[in-house]
Write a protein that binds this ligand. Sequence first.
Ligand code: GUN
Length: 310
Amino acid sequence: MKTAPSSSDARTAVALSGIEAAAEVTAEVARQMRESGVIPKLAVVLVGEDAASAVYVANKARQAERIGFASLQIRLPAQTSSAELSAVIQRLNADASVHGILVQLPLPPHLSAEAVACEIAPGKDVDGFHEVNVGRMTIRSTLAAFVPCTPLGCMHLIRRAIGHELKGLNAVVVGKSNIVGRPMATLLMHAECTVSVAHIHTRNIEQLCRTADILVVAAGSPGLVRGDWIKPGAVVIDVGINRIAGEAGAHRIAGDVAYDEAAEVASFITPVPGGVGPMTIAMLMKNTYAAALRAGAYASSTACRAAARE
Ligand code: GUN
């Protein structure tokens, strides 16, 4: 656990490095792979030409290869029909050499992310977006579920900062997407936090955020959360990755939190970039390794269940 500055300091939050934490998680996955001899294979599907998605997909495939996974990238044109995408997913579902399947979001508008998620075999759904996995996670089923990678990464960062005992803390999640906000709120509830979810229609959002001991922001709105929205000593997790256009085609990446202001009030805060982003990829590696374990000889073993439920 890191030490936060004391209240007598001119407060500057500790930056929670996702790069460091992700390296620890992936090193542990690599160690487990060496011990078990299991080599997972991850298939990543990208539909269309979205520049940011292309970068994320390349990063995921690169990290998979770096850690020693087999990986497969499938790029499909933006006009791919739902039947064509479905056929690709069915082929991957049937391919026993593939353990994890991820279809990068957002999809072109004529394709439904929810429908596509439910085409993926639940045991290969390393994103945790299939309704079977969402259901199992939500009810804390004893059956192993895949948990979405970004919320899993946020929980890891929170616990790495302030420890595992989160019981009774006030948590506010800004954003209610299926990828981050909803599963994040569920995980915080599982940790016995008192959870509020704020969104575009929330009244007095600043006031609500000020009640948060843990504030997770996934709004997709650069600089939305200002320093005076933050409770002194809060843990602030910024999930936003906003590309801000600059001059001559250049761009910079900004989070959803006004970092410099927030860092004067919070005890811990994730930078953007270098905070939550690398954790999403690390958790994808962890989920994919769990999928490979489950698919293999260890399918019903306790070790496998523990890995998947952690
Ligand atoms: N787009 C943004 N985040 C994610 C993610 O975690 N998984 C997928 N498949 N697409 C995303």
